[in-house]
Design a protein around this ligand. Structure first.
Ligand SMILES: [Zn+2]
Length: 422
C-alpha cells in the first residue's frame, strides 16, 4: 500500500486536502492507464465519512458497484441506494390475525402457498451486533447489505446469530420469526418498511405467521436505517435513470477519518489564537501491487501483456532475429546503443533462439515497441517496427529507426500525459 494522511485544524481545511487528493488520485490512475471511477463507499472499520473508492471495472473484480447509465452516480454495493417507488398500502385490518403455515420456511414458500407476495412480507433476520442479539427487518424481497448494517450500528463486529441463539431468544426457528410486540431486543428496520400496513411476518411460533401487520402500530422499531442491497434495474437516487451492477477492482480509497486517531494519540496543535486544537485527519491509500495487477488485467490480449508505455518495464525491445550473423548482430547492437543514448529504456533480445520463440516472448512480456532486426530485411537496409498494443507493423530504413522509435514513444507519452492532465 501507498498510504498518506492529511492533518488540518478544521473541516474546511480537510475539505481542501480531500479534494486535492481526489484530483491527484484521478490523475495518477489516468497516467497508470487504469480507467478507475470514484464511487461512494463505506469507510469500513476505521469509521469516518465521505468515503470514495477508486474502482476499475473488470470481470476479475471482487467488488460490486452500482452505476447509473444516465448520470455519474456510482457506489459500492455496500453503500449504494436507489429511488424505489414507495408502496402505498390501503388501510389494513384493525387487528392482527394468526395464519397457520405448516412447512413454510421461506419467503417464496409463503408467497406461493399463501398468496402473500414478497413485497408484502417482513423478513426478520437475527444478528449479533457487538455481542447484542438484534432483530433486523427488511421487506421480503429485499436482500440485506451487511456492511450497511455494520455502518448503521457503528461497529465492525457483527455476525448472523446461530440457530440455537435464535431459538433461545425467540422460541422459534428461522422461517417463522417476527418482531411483533418484541420487548427486550433492539430492532433495526429498513426504510422501505416505513408506513407499511397489512403485512405478513413470522409469529415466533414454528409454522405460524401473522397477517394484517401494521409496522408502526405493531412493531417497536428502535431504529430506521437504509439496509437493503440495491439491484440492477432500480432507479438511480439522483436522476431516476436505471442502475446497472458491474464487477470492479478497488485500486484506491480515500476518506475523511475525523479526529478519532488524533484524539486517541493525544495529537494537538496550537491555533492562531494560541488555543489547543485537535487536528482532523484524512486517509488516502493506493494498492500499489494491486494497481500493477489491474494494469495487466486491463492491458492485455490473447497472447500477453500490452503495457502502456508510461508504466512498461521497458519501452523498446530490439529483437535480433539472426544472432549467428555478425553483421545483423552488429546492427542490432548498434540500434540498441543508439536508442539507449536517446534516454529510452531498451531491451536487447540476443538469445540464441528461433525468431518464433523471440516474437512470442516479446508479445507475452508486452514491451510497447518492438524493433525486429533480421538478415533479410537488413540486406535491403530495413528493420521492422511493431506496436505491441495495435499490432501495426512498419518497415523503416535502418538509419531512420531511432527517430521513428523516438516519435512513437513521445506520441504514447503525450497521450498518457493528456489523460492525466489536471
Ligand atoms: Zn443517475
Amino acid at each position: 500500500m501507498k498510504d498518506s494522511y492529511s492533518f488540518d485544524i478544521d473541516e474546511a481545511g480537510l475539505d481542501v486536502s480531500f479534494e486535492a487528493h481526489r484530483g491527484a488520485y484521478e490523475r495518477i490512475f489516468d497516467r497508470l492507464g487504469i480507467p478507475a471511477i470514484g464511487v461512494e463507499a463505506s469507510s469500513g472499520n476505521m469509521g469516518g465519512s465521505d468515503s470514495v473508492e477508486f474502482m476499475c471495472p473488470s470481470e476479475a473484480g471482487e467488488d460490486m458497484v452500482a452505476r447509473c447509465g444516465n448520470c455519474d452516480y456510482a457506489a459500492n454495493l455496500e453503500k449504494a441506494t436507489s429511488a424505489l417507488p414507495a408502496i402505498e398500502d390501503g388501510p389494513g385490518p384493525a387487528a392482527l390475525e394468526r395464519l397457520p403455515t405448516p412447512g413454510v420456511r421461506t419467503i417464496d414458500d409463503l408467497a406461493r402457498q399463501y398468496g402473500k407476495p414478497a413485497d408484502r412480507q417482513i423478513k426478520t433476520l437475527v444478528y449479533v451486533i457487538d455481542g447484542q442479539l438484534t432483530l433486523v427487518l427488511l421487506r421480503g424481497d429485499h436482500p440485506l447489505a451487511e456492511q450497511k448494517l455494520a455502518d448503521a450500528a457503528g461497529v465492525g463486529d457483527i455476525r448472523p446469530a446461530q440457530a440455537d441463539e435464535i431459538r433461545e431468544a425467540l422460541g422459534a426457528s428461522p422461517g417463522s420469526l417476527g418482531a411483533v410486540a418484541i420487548t427486550g431486543l433492539p430492532i433495526i428496520a429498513d426504510l422501505a418498511l416505513q408506513g407499511r400496513r397489512n403485512m405478513t411476518t413470522g409469529a415466533n411460533v414454528d409454522d405460524m405467521h401473522l397477517t394484517g401487520v401494521d409496522v408502526e402500530r405493531d412493531i417497536p422499531v428502535g431504529r430506521w436505517a437504509d439496509l437493503r442491497e440495491v439491484r440492477a434495474g432500480e432507479p438511480c437516487p439522483r436522476c431516476g435513470g436505471l442502475l446497472e451492477i458491474i464487477r470492479a477492482i478497488e485500486v484506491g480509497h480515500i476518506f475523511k477519518l475525523g479526529r478519532k486517531y488524533t484524539t486517541v494519540l493525544g495529537v494537538s496543535v496550537l491555533g492562531p489564537d494560541g488555543a489547543s486544537i485537535i487536528p482532523i485527519m484524512g486517509s488516502y491509500g493506493i494498492g500499489v501491487e494491486r494497481a500493477m495487477a489491474v494494469i495487466a488485467e486491463v492491458h492485455h490480449d490473447d497472447v500477453g501483456l500490452t503495457w502502456p508505455v508510461q508504466v512498461a518495464p521497458a519501452e523498446v525491445t530490439v529483437v535480433l532475429l539472426s544472432p549467428q550473423d555478425e553483421a545483423t548482430a552488429a546492427a542490432a547492437e548498434s540500434l540498441y546503443a543508439q536508442l539507449q543514448a536517446t534516454g529510452a529504456d531498451v531491451l536487447l533480445d540476443d538469445r540464441d533462439e528461433r525468431p518464433g520463440v523471440k516474437y512470442r516472448d516479446a508479445e507475452l512480456v508486452g514491451i510497447p515497441c518492438r524493433v525486429s532486426v533480421g538478415r533479410r530485411d537488413l540486406a535491403e537496409g530495413m528493420v521492422e517496427i511493431t506496436s505491441r498494443a495495435t499490432g501495426e507493423k512498419e518497415r523503416v530504413p535502418v538509419e531512420q529507426a531511432v527517430k521513428y522509435v523516438q516519435e512513437f514513444l513521445s506520441a504514447r507519452r503525450a497521450e498518457a500525459a493528456a489523460a492525466g492532465a489536471p
